[in-house]
Design a protein around this ligand. Structure first.
Ligand SMILES: Nc1ncnc2c1ncn2[C@@H]1O[C@H](COP(=O)(O)OP(=O)(O)OP(=O)(O)O)[C@@H](O)[C@H]1O
Ligand SMILES: [Mg+2]
Length: 405
């Protein structure tokens, strides 16, 4: 496959794999948009690493991708994406045929946005070993940044957990317990489909930080929302990787406890996506450590739509079959772009939530339209059983049912 870009009305230009293009009104940019006062000198970067093509937006006025506003954010491009910069329109397409030879252009344009750098500096604490470079996203616990590890020279992801506890002494004890839990992850060892632990620490006022390998791609939630659901042949290979990673955790007596699309990362490698599992057991550590600022309910950890019913009531007793329910929901979301759940209505207050856990809508017919083999549909249906004993016991069993072996 080859990919191309053009400014509307001009010729198509081939994108070499590995290419990073600077786009803006400055004549030194690779794509120069002249005579448009709404275009910044260096408006955006476009990175092409098949199967991923993404835009890093850096402008003063913002841009659009397929009609949706993007400002100081990263957005994936998909087939026939239309990118609006000021009054200019860029188009992107992928066609059958050979791609040009890989580009050896250094990916040096990536961190050049001064206002992003200023923002990152303002929002991150000083940690001698790390130079914070980019904001990657925010979740329930806090923010995630891309940083340079000055010791190893590697790019890493640093996640902060904002902690609030008026009792200083208690907070100190909780922090020590939480850090111990995080450090236990390093003892698991490395796995190709699980994000590697690198470091952790505590900065008073800023919270606990966890340093992991950077996944230079996107999470599966963004992938599906920005590019659409995956077809079975592509999804199948990724599911196998995800289940291998999850099997590794289960074999090591670790349940993930928060499987969902945003906790599984996708990264381009040799022209294909590859998967890595993130955020395992963190909620559990948080709970064990007695920290209470992670969720709004304070007593339960769950991700609406993905967590099984028993997680809402009995968080501490979860076993790998809870991950099986969550992975069933996650795989369905990756294939269909939505969840097979009836409307939940107004959110009831915990603990009545379990009683009103949404009823699962049928999954067979939607999945058949995606040409899934019957055995795969049967396996996904079994993952989503309400009673944990009726599901597969762990990821190894599910992998066998889906892929044999
Ligand atoms: N190791 C990593 N490498 C690259 N990006 C990451 C990494 N870890 C997290 N991110 C990005 O940071 C974003 C925020 O992550 P975070 O785990 O805080 O939130 P979340 O997964 O959306 O929600 P939750 O708090 O429920 O886990 C993710 O959506 C992901 O895109
Ligand atoms: Mg997460």
């Amino acid at each position: 496959m080859r990919s191309e870009l053009r400014t509307k009305g001009n010729d198509w230009m081939a994108l070499a794999p590995g290419k990073l293009l600077r786009i803006g009104s400055n004549p030194r940019c690779d794509v120069v948009l002249e005579g448009d006062s709404f275009v910044s000198g260096h408006h955006a970067n476009l990175e092409h690493r098949p199967p991923m093509t993404r835009l890093f937006e850096h402008s003063a006025n913002g841009s659009t991708v397929d009609g949706k506003s993007v400002h100081h954010k990263t957005r994936l491009l998909s087939q026939n994406s239309q990118i609006g910069f000021g009054k200019s329109l860029l188009e992107f397409r992928t066609l059958p045929g050979d791609a040009p030879p890989p580009s050896d252009l250094p990916r040096s344009g990536r961190y050049k946005c001064e206002s992003c750098t200023r923002m990152v500096r303002r929002r991150t604490p000083k940690i001698e070993r790390y130079e914070f470079l980019e904001f990657l996203g925010a979740g329930r616990a806090g923010e995630v940044y891309l940083a340079l590890d000055r010791e190893t020279k590697a790019l890493v992801a640093i996640k902060f957990y904002v902690l609030k506890n008026p009792d200083e002494e208690q907070l100190k004890k909780d922090v020590v317990r939480f850090l111990k839990g995080l450090q236990a992850h390093s003892e698991l060892g490395e796995h190709p489909f699980v994000i590697g632990y690198r470091d952790s620490g505590y900065i008073p006022g800023a919270g606990i930080y966890l340093v992991t390998d950077l996944v230079d791609g996107c999470d599966f939630h963004s992938l599906v929302v920005e590019q659409g659901p995956l077809e079975w042949p592509v999804a199948k290979e990724l599911f196998e990787e995800i289940l291998e990673g999850l099997h590794f955790l289960h074999e090591n007596q670790t349940a993930h406890r928060d499987i969902k699309p945003s906790n599984i990362m996708a990264e381009p490698k040799e022209g294909k996506w590859t998967a890595k599992i993130a955020d395992f057991d963190l909620t559990h550590n948080f709970f064990k450590a007695g920290l209470d600022s992670y969720t709004s309910t304070k007593t339960a950890f769950y991700s609406e739509g993905f967590s099984p019913p028993e997680q809402i009531m009995q968080f501490q007793k979860l076993d790998p079959s809870a991950d099986i329910y969550a992975i069933g929901m996650t795989f369905y979301f990756i294939l269909m772009g939505n969840l097979p759940l009836a409307e939940m209505g107004d959110k009831p207050a915990f603990p009545e939530l379990e009683a009103q856990f949404p009823v699962r809508s049928p999954i067979r017919d939607p999945l058949k339209k995606k040409n899934l083999p019957t055995a795969a549909i049967d396996a996904l249906e079994r993952c989503l059983r309400r009673n944990p004993a009726d599901r597969f016991a762990n990821a190894g069993e599910l992998k066998k049912a889906l892929f044999g072996g």
